[in-house]
Design a protein around this ligand. Structure first.
Ligand code: NAP
Length: 266
């Protein structure tokens, strides 16, 4: 049986919606206290209120399940420092960092600007590295520190037109992970990554039913993933039982990357 993360403190960057909110929900449901980080204060406060109302004090009578929002931009070192300081001020430390915040604007190579590249690398790669740096002393003090990155199948395994910068940033996260895992192992900190396939988030509806049906048809399990599917993979890496796993990438995609041709999924 997996041990509980009840009472531990978890920082989830980009935890106010989408996959990050799913990660925050799974940890709060498991009795952890969670700090969700994002830029939009209204969305962030609503997320924290919703999850706290659902889970605070609900885990087998133990304290935990409280979710608070901290407004910060992960693309800056200072923003991450503020978020880490706020987490420590509120809950007394940081045990788990889920570096999840990411953006995925569409731009083909012919028209992609330097600003497009800077924005994607600034949030997805530098944001990941800054957040680990900011939380590092507290993860070390925890004695069982965990870093869980949200990468993607796009970049490390697959490609998609318009996402060359995005895919490069998601593959770069894994390059960062492997050396960080070595550097931090001596302090008892593991660094792992979850690679989601196509996950149903709030923004999916904007793409239309036809888009969703096409995506579902390409997945052996014939459905998109749920945000909680990613949350439970992250939760596994945070357990005591995963303490000897570091520097690893876990694909959570319903088998999406497996077919070698369209025939294989028809
Ligand atoms: P989403 O629904 O757009 O949510 C993104 C989250 O990140 C929001 O909370 C957003 O809040 C926050 N965020 C974005 N830029 C930020 C910044 N500079 N500073 C602080 N917070 C920031 O995205 P998602 O689909 O859940 O994606 C989350 C992660 O999963 C990303 O790393 C993405 O690459 C990865 N992923 C997603 C899928 C998928 O199918 N959805 C598949 C593979 C991988 P604010 O806008 O308020 O800042």
């Amino acid at each position: 049986m997996f041990s509980s993360v009840a009472g531990r403190t978890v920082v989830v960057t980009g935890g106010t919606k989408g996959i990050g909110k799913g990660i925050a929900r799974v940890f709060a449901r498991s009795g952890a206290n969670v700090v969700v980080v994002g830029r939009d204060p209204q969305v962030g406060a609503a997320c924290a209120d919703e999850l706290t109302a659902a889970f605070a004090g609900q885990y087998e009578g133990q304290a935990g399940g409280t979710v608070v929002f901290v407004a910060a931009d992960v693309a800056s070192s200072a923003g991450n420092a503020e978020a880490a300081a706020a987490a420590v001020a509120r809950f007394g430390g940081i045990d788990v960092l889920c570096a999840n915040a990411g953006i995925f604007p569409d731009a083909r190579l012919e028209t992609m600007t330097e600003a497009d590249m800077d924005a994607v690398f600034g949030t997805n790669l530098k944001g990941t590295m800054f957040s680990v740096q900011a939380c590092l002393p507290h993860l070390a003090a925890s004695g069982r520190g965990r870093v869980i990155l949200t990468s993607s199948i796009t970049g490390p395994i697959t490609g998609f037109p318009g996402w060359s910068h995005y895919g490069a940033s998601k593959a770069a996260q894994l390059g960062f992970m492997r050396t960080a895992a070595i550097e931090l192992a001596g302090r008892g900190i593991t660094v792992n990554a979850v690679l989601p396939g196509n996950i149903a988030t709030e923004g999916l509806a904007d793409l239309g039913a036809a888009y969703r049906a096409t995506m579902e048809a390409s997945i052996p399990m014939k459905r998109l993933g749920e945000v909680d599917d990613i949350g439970y993979a992250a939760l596994f890496f945070a357990t005591d039982q995963a303490a000897y796993i570091t520097g690893q990438a876990l694909v959570v995609d319903g088998g999406q990357v497996l077919p070698e041709s369209l025939e294989a999924v028809s």
